[in-house]
Design a protein around this ligand. Structure first.
Ligand code: IMP
Ligand code: MG
Length: 191
């Protein structure tokens, strides 16, 4: 009896259009290091982590559990790319903070810094509201397309090449946020 050729089943996590850049384990190790660094820097202070929705949700949930200090979390949602894969530069607040940030020490938690336009706007906005200090934790730094060159990433996970990346919260047209790893989309036209 002839045997059927083995069918390779492609799942969401093993999609052939994805090339793994950082594994789940590599990310966990790096996030733990960042958490320990933040815990050292903010010992004795009252820290608020401000997650930028939606992309930072996975990073924030791991990072907060790696910071052994009393802290609070809050969220903002700003529009930057919409569903396109190119930055428009236009920033709009879609969801604002639920608490006052006057005199507070804040770390903005972001998934990736690309042009830096979104974060520059956000930083200015938080300073105007009277935050005592505003620092930035970004899981990924894509330095090549940067327009706001003076934007400082205080706690950075990894640098990435100038390619579109997805997973661990990052999306392409709302897909791939649930990947446990970070991957390059090999052919963005095929999404
Ligand atoms: P910026 O204002 O250009 O720095 O845009 C930052 C935002 O664009 C990030 O918070 C992401 O939501 C999105 N973004 C930039 N590059 C990528 C990418 O490679 N994959 C997924 N989202 C990205
Ligand atoms: Mg984002």
């Amino acid at each position: 009896m002839a045997t059927e050729p083995t069918k390779i089943v492609q799942t969401e996590f093993t999609n052939s259009n994805l090339e793994v850049l950082f594994s789940a384990e590599e990310i966990q190790n790096r996030v733990k290091e960042l958490g320990a660094e933040i815990a050292r820097d903010y010992a004795g202070k009252k820290l608020i982590l401000v997650g930028v929705l939606k992309g930072s949700c996975v990073f924030l949930s791991d990072l907060m559990r790696a910071i052994d200090l009393p802290l609070e979390i809050d969220f903002m949602a700003v529009s930057s790319y919409g569903k396109a894969t190119k930055s428009s530069g236009a920033v709009q607040i879609l969801k604002d903070l639920s608490e006052d940030v006057l005199n507070q020490d804040i770390i903005v938690v972001e998934d990736i810094v690309d042009t830096g336009l979104t974060l520059s706007y956000l930083f200015e906005n938080l300073r105007v509201r009277g935050a005592n200090s505003v620092k930035l934790a970004a899981l990924l730094d894509k330095p090549e397309p940067r327009i706001k060159r003076d934007l400082r990433i205080d706690y950075c996970g990894f640098q990435v090449p100038n390619k579109f990346v997805v997973g661990y919260g990052l999306d392409a047209a709302e897909r791939w946020r649930n990947l446990p790893f970070i991957a390059v989309v090999k052919n963005p036209g095929e999404i």
